[in-house]
Each structure stands twice: as C-alpha cells, then as structure tokens.
Ligand binder design. Structure first.
Ligand code: PEP
Ligand code: MG
Length: 983
C-alpha cells in the first residue's frame, strides 16, 4: 500500500477509535446530567465532530462517526505507581512503557510522564504544531512531579529540572533527540548552585543544557562535514585556556563563562536569544523530539529496519537526577549479559561525575561495571539485584541505564538489549536451559538473519600469525562487533556509501560515529573508532547491523582535512611495530579483528567460521565448538516445529554436500546450464550450439552426455535419496558462445568451420531482449534433442546409482512454461526418454516431471498446467521480473529512487511482493490444487531464503522453500517462526 494511503488509513482508524470512545463517554454523561449540561456536551461534540470531519476530508478516507473527545495524551509514573505498563509500547513507546513497568515493579525510577505516540501523529497532522490542550496536560503532570520530588519547575531557589527524551515503539538507538537539564536559565542556575551548594555542578548542567538545546532544538550543527560541533570547539578552547584535560576538571567560573559563550554563539548564528521561560523550553524540546521522528537519520533507520512512519514517537519528560553532582555521583550503561558473546555475565560501563550522554558519546573512556563496587558498594549491590529482577521479569537480556546521585541509585531506562547474532543464539539457548523461556520462545527471539553472523569468516590463523610476525598488528581497541574484516579505509560516511556503490569493500574509520553516519555504516563492512566504549554509538550499531567493529582505539588519530589516519604503534598495550606511527591514507587496506579488537595494517586472509569448520570442512570436532553446539541445538528445535521443508539450490556435488550439512532435505533447483561452464564442457556445448543440423547437434550432444551423467550421479550420491529437482536448460544459447577472438578461433578449429561463419552464427543468435527470448522450455521445443540428452543423462545416472543399491529420486523440471502444450511436449519427451533408458537398463527408478511457475500466464492457467505437471516450483525471480515488467538485471537503476519515494517498501527481488506476485502465487496454488489436491509445491527463486518470503510461503501452503546452501539455516529458523506464528 502506498505510504500516504497507509498513513491515511491508520489515521482514519485512530480517529474512528477515539470517536467511538468519546461516543461511549458522552452516552454515559447524557444519562446522568441535566438537559442543559447535555446540550453543552452536544455542542462540544458537534465542534469536535466538525474538526474530525475536516481532518478526514483532508485525508479523503471516509465519513465521521458520532462524537469525539481527545484521547488521554499523557501517562504519569512515579513513586511506585504508573498509569502505563510494558504492554503499552504502541502508545507509550518502548522507553515510556518500560519506565512505567519498572515503576510498577518497585524499581527506583525518577517520576515523570510520557506523551503518547498518538500526540506525535496529531503534531504532524496539525502541520508540526503541538495540539491545543497539551500545555494544560503538561502543567498538570509537572505539578504532580513537583509534589513528588518537592521541587518547583522554574523555581529560582531550588528548581526542578527535567529530561525530555524520545521513545518509539521499536528501539532506534541514537536516531532521535534528547534534551537534559531542561528548566535552567540564569536565575534557576543560580538557585541550583545555591540549593546544591555546588556551583560547579550547577554550571556544568547549565552549559550541557545550552549546548544540547542549541544543537537539538535550535539546529546549531557543524556547517561542513569536516567541521567539529560548534559547542565542542568552544569547550575545547576553554579546556586549553584553563590548562585542563577533562571536562570534569573545568572550574565553576570557566563553566559559567562557557554558558555565556555558548549563548553568544547561538545569537551570532541564529540571531535569536536563548529561551529563558522553562515552559517555552519544554514545548520547544517536545516539538524537537517530535520533529526528530522525521529527521534524515531516523528516516534512513526506519527504512533499513522496516519501521512504519505512522508509528510516531512518544516523548518522556522525567525529573532529572544528576550523575554529575560530584564524586559521589555517576552514570552508566549495562547489559544484563554480554551483548557481543551472549555470556551470562553482568556487562557494563560507568563514569564518575558525568551525565548519561558522556558514556554513550564516548567522550571519556568509561570504567568496567565491576569497578563500581569499589566506589559505590551499596549502589552496586542494588544494581546486581535489579539486574536479576529485570531478567526474571522480562525474561530477556536487558540494556539498562542508571544514574547515581549522591550515592543513591536510579534507573533511567531498560529495554531488550541489542545483541550480535552470536549473543542472540547463546542467550536464547541458555535461557531455555535456565528455564526462563520455552523453546518456542527461544525460536521466536532469534532473528533468522542473525544466523548469518555465525557463518561469517574469521582471520585465517596462519595469516594472522604472519601479520603479527610482520609487525602489522598495530594497535588494540575494544572488540565491539565480532568477525574478521579486511577492506579499504574511508573517513566519511558519504564516501563509504559512494565507494561501496562502485563495488569497493570499505571500513569506515572515524574519531567516533554518530547517527548521521547510519547509511555509510550500512555500506561499510566494519568500523574503527578512536573513542568510545562498548556502548558507544559505533558499538551499538555494529552489533545491530552485524558489522565488524573496533571502538575506543586510543592509538588512532585523524586529520580529516588531509584525509589521513595515524596509528601510534608504540603506545602501551599495543604491539610495537618498530615504534612510531603508521599513516593510512584514504583507500589503504586495513583489517579489523572484531573478536580481539586488533587493528591490522594491510590485508589478512580470512577463514571460515566454527560452524563451517565443523559442518563443511570437517576439521573441527563439534565437542570443541561451543558456537556450533548452540547453533545446532536451536536449529534442532526449529526442525521439530516447522512444517515447511527446506531444500537447496545447488548445481555441483560439493554444493549438494554442503546443503545436506546445512540441513537440506532435497535440492529444489539444479540449474543445469551452470554445469556447462565446468571443466571440459563448454567446448562440446559450443559445438552443439553452432551445429547447423540435427545430426551435427546430436554428435555434440553425445559428447556432453557422459559429462552431464557424471555430474548428476555426483549430486544424487551426495543427496542420498533425497529428492533432486533438475531443471532442463534455461538461458539463451548465445550466452554460452565465446565473446573473444581466442574463443572464436578455438571453436572454429573444433568444428572445422571458418572463423567468419562462427562469427556470423554468434551474431545470428543474438536477441533484442534475451530475458524474454529464446530461453527456457522454448529451447527444448526448438531443439528437442537437448532435452532428450539431458533426460537421458539424468536417468542413466539414476540407474547407475540404483544398480549400486543407492537410493535416488530425480524430479525433472521444465522452465519458463506459460502454456500447457509447452509442458506436454517436453514432459512427453522426458517420459519417453525415461522409458527408453529403463528398457535398456532393465530397471525403473521413481521420478516426477513438473514445471516452474515463473510466467504470469502459467500462474493464471495453473489448473490446466497441473493436468500434466506433477509438481510446481515457483521461480519468483522471473515471476517478479515479468509481473513488474522490470528486468531483474536492471532493477538497481530504479531501486534507490523507488524506495526513496515509497513506491517500493523493499526490493521486490529480495522480499516477495505479496500484493502482486503473491496474488499470482496464491492463484497458482489454488489452480494447481484444484486439479491435483496433493500437488507438490515449492519455491526456488531467491526469495526462498528470505525470512519474510518464507513466512508467506508457509501461509499460502507451499510444501518447501529452496535457497542457496548458506541461507538454509536462516530458512529453517524462518520456517519455524512461520509455523509458530500460525499456531
Ligand atoms: C526464478 O526465475 O526464480 C528461477 C529460480 O530461475 P532463474 O533464476 O534461473 O531464472
Ligand atoms: Mg527463472
């Protein structure tokens, strides 16, 4: 559904829901009040109704029901009681729902309130204006907070300060905006200094607030990509002038001056004064958070993660607690288990005398959470209790934020923690062992795509040892994203995008990353940053995107203008590569070991993952491979649950063997044309193509026959009796012909024909549109002897195995059928050939003849085609191409524009277009099974290994999906999830 229409429909249903709710209230009121009052009610209702009418008319989606009153816009939490709960994520966003939940289960949370995601939609519908009446709600909620904490918002003696944070339904780390310490102006800051007896703290909070507000609400961003943040520049100058290293070493006086300098910079840049009224500040901050829902980076993130725009974000306004109040205060971020490996140990970092954003932004390198017990033994103990309580309550690994103010612990956030694929599998499997979750739950928890990471390469050990000996291991940072990556250095996210677009493998290297870099990060295979801890932006994004990442590598420094990076190799804790520094220019090769945090100069060969070593290379025993063991367990559970069978697209015996190792229950597509490019086959194939008559063609085919037979036997053997779908020749013949002079010469020699004649033949075979030309069954119809040779090779190979008592089950598949007669002719040929071979060999083997459904006409006439076909396999690559009328090879030309303009949600060649291609598939399923109720149905287009498409295949009742061997684990898990969803 187009985005605008989707938005309108969802708005319509929301409006209708709220209208229905009000109608109920009004009905109740009418019963109990006198006539006069109910008239008044009616008047209000009429007014509201008119407003909704106007809104709906604007959206052009339908009529308005009876009555309306605005829905509840704010939900309060504080002092052990909350109006919301964890079930209300859609309305309160993840953060709001969990703050409410933590409050309800007795965890210390500073009081506050959540403005709902519906208000965000109201804001956009009103042309980015806050709805009328919201200010009243804000004042009421702030009054409640004031009562609970005993402070007043805007008070010049002892002011209440608040934080304003975004919080969407799905976590979008760092994509939207946050403002802390709101409520400060010159008077309230003086009051805060006096009341706290800590002037430094008051002005530290004030300068943070002005900078954050200036950035987020007033739009004070760096002017060019090479520039630094304007407030950072002033802060840096101030530290230099004062001769201090850390922000926390600046004096109260210096911070006070900084506030003035910040405000002067704002005035200079935007020509307006910094707002002083706390309610104006609050409204500005709320609007900024709503606006950030549609900023560039949030839009990009939503696209990457399939989050609909109409979900909106909630806004959380919460009483500030201060981790920057002095050395008895701190702030930190933790994960209840290790988010990189999944190990069950408390994992986190904290900073003394700092505010939350310092940890995430990586301004100072934080301390490990165990260190907390030395400085804050009571808070540490309480934190451990909360860790246990939260894991038990949520039954999942949590990502938590805390602040310690004057030795007292407060929780500011908890949410399901982002994790690597490794951690995802380990946590799910171990939580089942700990009886925290069921097996089904474990299966639901792991994103099928996450399994990809477990199959990722690591550095080839000898290559790594060699790199070490050659003193190429230059430095060590924090290993934030596992895996091994080797690529070219780029310094800017935009460059990462453009280099990747032209086919380069890049590693993004920066001081630190920020949410603006999201697209460039997606285009890179890994990131290296100089600053930040394991919870910094680069680290979080790496784990989420499954990228290799090293953060906080202090040996690295940058000169962005010169596009150079320097790695100091003689620093403590790093390998000494001869002392001094190594300079990397843009485009130089670098390698990152995301398991150890090592930064390596140049390229390093990679080697397969533990799972590949156990399953494919068979050079590692399962008992020595814990990652493999957990992977195998999870997939064993998946296999018990799924209904869909899984097959592989494989054309060679080694691929078939790999497929079995990854759990294939058959081969769903053997593209025979791929075999002709193998050793010794292309020559006779070319002779066959240039043959001028059937006799010559048969001579060439006779040379191909034994070669094909051998290939098929190898595949049958590897599959040990599992069904093997072999497709007859598909692509246009000229694809096999030589394109260079040497090839033409060879062919001329082999056939004894003049070079000119060969060239003429090649020219003659060229087609205007080969995708829609002489390919698929059309070849077999023009040259039946090709199909006949292939069928003979298949049946002779099958008989060879059967002679050896090896089980075998071929399924011969005819491609690109659009008309029943095409299949009739080809199927007849196959069956006649089978009969001939069986008669010669005096034995029979079971087999089927079926077709691909990859032309819309075949889907539409499936009932007829099924009279001949014994199975269907959806070729969704071609079916998508022909349904969209868009060449599968040329789709990249339009894709970016189409996704940007919301014409496609995703590339239809990646995930099935349910509305169009899906409708044709359903039609074919119904048609086929109306003729043969038990008709075997599968899919062998690339969609067969994509989780969303696997879900669809389950829903429409296919028997199996077939995909590339390395995507089989993903397909198995996705099929299990589909079955669980349906049950
Ligand atoms: C298809 O069209 O989906 C298919 C599997 O065939 P091919 O990709 O070989 O055209
Ligand atoms: Mg096809």
């Amino acid at each position: 559904m187009p985005q605008v229409q989707k938005k309108a429909t969802s708005t319509k249903s929301k409006l209708q829901k709220s209208v229905a709710k009000v109608a109920k209230n009004v009905a109740r009121n009418v019963k109990s009040v006198a006539n006069g009052v109910s008239k008044k009610v009616n008047k209000t209702v009429k007014k509201e109704k008119a407003k909704v009418s106007a809104a709906l008319a604007k959206l052009a989606v339908g009529k308005v029901p009876a009555a309306l009153k605005p829905a509840k816009r704010t939900y309060f939490f504080g002092s052990g009681k909350a109006e919301g709960s964890k079930e209300m994520k859609n309305l309160l966003g993840g953060k709001g729902a969990n703050l409410a939940e933590m409050t309800n289960i007795g965890i210390p949370v500073p009081p506050g309130f959540t403005i709902t995601t519906d208000v965000c939609n109201e804001f956009y519908q009103a042309g980015r204006r806050l709805p009328k009446g919201l200010e009243e709600d804000l004042r009421t909620s702030i009054a409640k907070m004031e009562k609970l904490v005993g402070l007043k918002f805007g008070d010049t003696k002892n002011p209440l300060l608040v934080s304003v944070r975004s919080g969407a339904r799905a976590s979008m780390p760092g994509m939207m905006d946050t403002i802390l310490n709101l409520g400060l102006n010159d008077e309230t800051a003086a009051g805060l200094a006096a009341a706290s007896g800590n002037e430094r703290f008051a002005y530290d909070s004030y300068r943070r607030f002005v900078a954050m507000y200036g950035d987020v609400v007033l739009g004070m961003k760096p002017e060019r990509k090479e520039d630094h943040d304007p407030f950072e520049v002033l802060l840096h100058k101030k530290k230099e002038a004062e001769g201090v290293k850390n922000d926390s070493d600046l004096s109260a006086e210096a911070l006070k001056e900084l506030v003035h300098e910040f405000k002067a910079e704002i005035k200079k840049r935007i020509g307006a004064d910094f707002p002083t009224n706390p309610y104006d500040q609050l409204k500005g901050a709320i609007m900024a958070v709503f606006n950030s829902w549609e900023n560039d980076r949030a839009n990009a993130y939503r696209k990457l993660n399939g989050i609909p725009v109409e979900w909106g974000t909630a806004v959380n306004v919460q009483a500030m607690v201060f981790g920057n109040k002095g050395d008895d205060s701190a702030t930190g971020v933790c994960f209840t288990r290790d988010p990189a490996s999944g190990e069950n140990f408390f994992y986190g970092e904290f900073l003394i005398n700092a505010q939350g954003e310092d940890v995430v932004a990586g301004i100072r390198t934080p301390q490990k959470i165990v260190e907390l017990q030395k400085t804050f033994p009571n808070a540490y103990k309480e934190l451990l209790d909360i860790r246990r309580k939260l894991e038990k309550h949520y039954r999942d690994m949590q990502d938590i934020e805390f602040t310690i103010e004057a030795s007292k612990l407060y929780m500011l956030q908890c949410r399901s923690g982002k994790r690597t694929g490794f951690a995802s599998v380990r946590i799910a499997v171990e939580m089942v062992e700990e009886k925290l979750i069921s097996r089904d739950e474990a299966l639901r928890r792991v994103e099928p795509e996450a399994l990809n990471q477990l199959l990722r390469p690591v550095f080839d050990p000898p290559a790594k040892v060699a790199a070490d000996k050659e003193r190429r291991i230059l430095a060590k940072g924090l290993p934030a994203g596992p895996g091994a990556a080797t690529g070219k250095v780029v310094f800017f996210a935009e460059d990462a995008e453009s280099w990747a677009a032209r086919g380069e493998t890049v590693i993004l290297c920066r001081h630190e990353t920020s949410p603006e870099d999201i697209r460039g990060m997606d285009a890179s295979i890994g990131f290296l940053t100089a600053f930040g801890g394991m919870t910094s932006h680069a680290a979080l994004v790496a784990r989420q995107m499954g990228k290799v990442s090293i953060v906080g590598c202090e040996a690295v420094s940058f000169d962005y203008h010169a596009r150079k990076m320097t790695v100091e190799t003689s620093r403590p804790g790093t390998a000494d590569a001869g002392g001094g520094a190594v300079v990397f220019n843009e485009g130089d090769w670098i390698s990152l070991d995301g398991f150890t945090g090592e930064v390596i100069q140049g390229r390093v060969e990679t080697t397969p993952s533990e799972i590949i070593r156990v399953l494919i290379e068979k050079n590692l025993a399962p008992a020595q491979a814990p990652v493999y063991q957990r992977y195998a367990r999870l997939l064993e559970w998946a296999d018990k649950v799924r209904r869909l069978r899984v097959r592989a697209n494989a054309d060679q015996p080694d691929q078939a063997a790999a497929s079995v190792a990854f759990g294939a229950e058959g081969i769903g597509l053997c593209r025979t044309e791929h075999m002709f490019f193998g050793e010794g086959k292309i020559g006779p194939m070319r002779e066959m193509i240039v043959a001028e008559n059937e006799h010559d063609r048969r001579l060439a085919l006779a040379k191909l026959l034994p070669l094909q037979r051998e290939d098929f036997a190898g595949i049958f053997r590897a599959m040990k009796g599992r069904p093997v779908t072999i497709r007859t020749l598909d692509p246009p013949l000229h694809e096999f012909l030589p394109h260079d002079e040497a090839g033409v010469r060879d062919l001329a020699t082999a056939t004894g024909k003049p070079i000119a004649e060969i060239k003429e033949r090649i020219e003659g075979l060229k087609e205007s549109n080969p995708m829609l030309g002489h390919r698929g069954c059309r070849l077999g119809i023009s040259y039946p002897e090709i199909t006949e040779m292939q069928a003979r090779a298949i049946f002779e190979a099958a008989c060879d195995l059967a002679d050896n008592k090896e089980p075998v089950f071929p399924e011969i598949m005819i491609p690109l059928v659009g008309i029943k007669r095409e299949l009739d002719l080809q199927a007849d040929l196959v069956r006649k050939t089978a009969d001939a071979v069986f008669a010669e060999r005096k034995r029979k083997v079971p087999y089927l003849v079926g077709t691909m459904i990859e032309i819309p006409r075949a889907a539409i006439t499936a009932a007829k085609i099924a009279e001949t076909a014994e199975f269907f396999s959806f070729g969704t690559n071609d079916l998508t191409q022909m349904t969209f009328g868009l060449s599968r090879d040329d789709v990249p030309r339009v894709l970016a524009d189409y996704i940007r303009q919301d014409i496609y949600d995703v590339d239809p060649f990646v995930s099935i277009d349910r509305e169009g291609v899906g409708a044709l598939m359903k039609m074919a399923v119904a048609g086929g099974r109306s003729t043969k109720p038990k008709l075997k149905l599968g899919i062998c287009g690339e969609h067969g290994g994509e989780p969303g498409s696997v879900m669809f295949c389950h829903e429409i009742g296919l028997d199996y999906v077939s995909c590339s061997p390395y995507r089989l684990p993903i397909a198995r898990l996705a099929a299990a999830q589909a079955a669980l969803k349906a049950s």
